[in-house]
Design a protein around this ligand. Structure first.
Ligand code: UDX
Length: 428
């Protein structure tokens, strides 16, 4: 059945859900507080890079299944369900900052009539939030369903249509069934459960993915210091189906809008519940240490970083996205600058000037080769495919020094050394 749906928040999650639900044939109206964002979305311009999203937005705008508005009344009018897709960044205590969430809830409350719309929480929230929302809407007789998202940036559209699981958590079975119906043409297991379990299923997933990355990084450090082959060790490890090959790439550590904050939220929850939290803090500490490890390598080889020219290849927190939130590359650049180095950066998609006041004081060049001009060292910080295909002899000729720190395991050590590099690999 064709439903009239409202999406609150035109960010990464909100836009992907809006476009994909419209693609499934529903009438989707998106509300966002940012007038500039809404104006450009009405023209079909997506404010960030996500494979296939702009096409899907344009197609569904044209089919009039997708609309954008800064007027909550327009977006919520007649909606049977309202999906909350606002950000929940880390709060200072490690928990989640739910101020945008509370604003979204007030907005929906003002327009809730006759038991509608069903409130669907997509944003990652603290455990217990959905029960709080249920109480908030009790007088409006509006049901609440937790429906966490598990989308990876860079393959979010694929993940929507091919989910590993669809999780629905509510005390209201009819409301859960109504939300489940939206996804009935999508092939993926549906789990219906209580709201707390649904909330935990999201935090636990991201905390575990973070743990796998930190585990891979710890094994990589042991393997390389004991003379083992890092990539082979991790590849062999991942063949065990109980372990699995995903998120076992060693490198500069994890970043992004989700893994660091959800790991912190998990630790915060464990501490608050007076249950063991040390595992989560260790995962975060290992992650921090990966950057320090790169700094140690550079300092060990170059002695002092002051006045040294370091080319950093990659700014995004991972390949195939223009997102720099919690980017390990930007954190490394900040440390290099603090140590007095001159940083020349490159990224195929991210533009430093677009980061405004958050941009580090680094220079950006249009190609990796240009960034390497007269550099004392090159660091590969993001796993963009093009860095695995660098013309190494040309890169080496451009540089003043010969140090190549491959922090994402993109290059062949033997080939790199043949091209004249002092090659140090820390990834796989
Ligand atoms: C993550 C979850 O995967 C997704 O299910 C959730 O809904 C949102 O958070 P995303 O933030 O897009 O998705 O990134 P992900 O692909 O999980 O990578 C996170 C970070 O870990 C990146 O910085 C990436 O470079 C790093 N990573 C990932 C590794 O260092 N090694 C790996 O093997 C995998």
């Amino acid at each position: 059945m064709r439903e009239r749906l409202a999406i609150i928040g035109a960010g990464h999650v909100g836009l992907v859900y809006a476009a994909c639900l419209a693609e499934l044939g529903h009438d989707v109206s998106v509300y966002d507080i940012d007038p500039e964002r809404v104006a450009s979305l009405r023209r079909g311009a997506v404010p960030f890079f996500e494979e296939g999203l702009a096409d899907l937005v344009k197609k569904n705008l044209k089919a009039k299944r997708l609309t954008f508005s800064t007027e909550p009344g327009a977006a919520l009018k007649g909606a049977t369900m309202a999906f909350i897709c606002v950000p929940t960044p880390s709060a200072t205590d490690g928990g989640l900052d739910e101020a945008p969430m509370r604003r979204a809830l007030q907005t929906i409350r003002q327009h809730a009539r006759g038991g509608r719309p069903i409130v669907v929480t997509k944003s990652t929230v603290s455990v217990g939030m959905n029960r709080y929302i249920k109480e908030l809407f009790r007088d409006r007789k509006v049901p609440v369903v937790s429906n966490p998202e598990f989308l990876r940036e860079g393959s979010a559209i694929h993940d929507f249509f091919h989910p590993h699981r669809i999780v629905l958590g509510s005390d209201d079975k009819a409301a859960m069934a109504a939300v489940a119906k939206l996804y009935e043409t999508i092939d993926g297991p549906v789990f219906t459960t209580d709201p707390i379990t649904a909330e935990l299923s999201k935090l636990a997933a991201n905390a575990f993915l973070a743990l796998k990355v930190s585990f891979a990084n710890s094994i990589a450090r042991v393997a390389s210091s004991s003379g083992g082959d890092v990539a082979a060790t991790l590849k062999i490890l991942g063949t065990d189906p109980r372990i699995g090959p995903g998120h076992l790439r060693a490198g500069l550590g994890f970043g992004g809008a989700c893994l660091p904050k959800d790991l912190a939220a998990m630790e915060h929850l464990a501490r608050r519940s007076a249950t063991p939290y040390e595992l989560f803090s260790a995962v975060a500490a290992v992650n921090q240490d990966q950057r320090q490890h790169v700094m140690d390598i550079l300092q060990g080889k170059l002695v002092s970083l002051s006045g040294r020219r370091i080319a950093v290849l990659g700014l995004a927190f991972k390949a195939d996205t223009d997102d720099v939130r919690e980017s390990p590359s930007l954190a490394l650049i900040a440390e290099l600058l603090a140590a007095g180095a001159n940083v020349v950066a490159h990224d195929p998609v991210v533009k430093l000037r677009a980061l405004g006041k958050d941009a580090p004081a680094a220079v950006q060049r249009r190609s990796a080769l240009e960034a390497a001009n007269a550099a004392d060292a090159v660091v590969i910080a993001t796993e963009w495919t093009e860095y695995g295909r660098l013309d190494l002899p040309r890169l080496r000729k451009r540089m003043k020094g010969d140090l190549l720190v491959d922090a994402r395991g993109m290059l062949d050590p033997i080939v790199s050394r043949k091209a004249g590099f002092d090659y140090v690999g820390i990834g796989s």
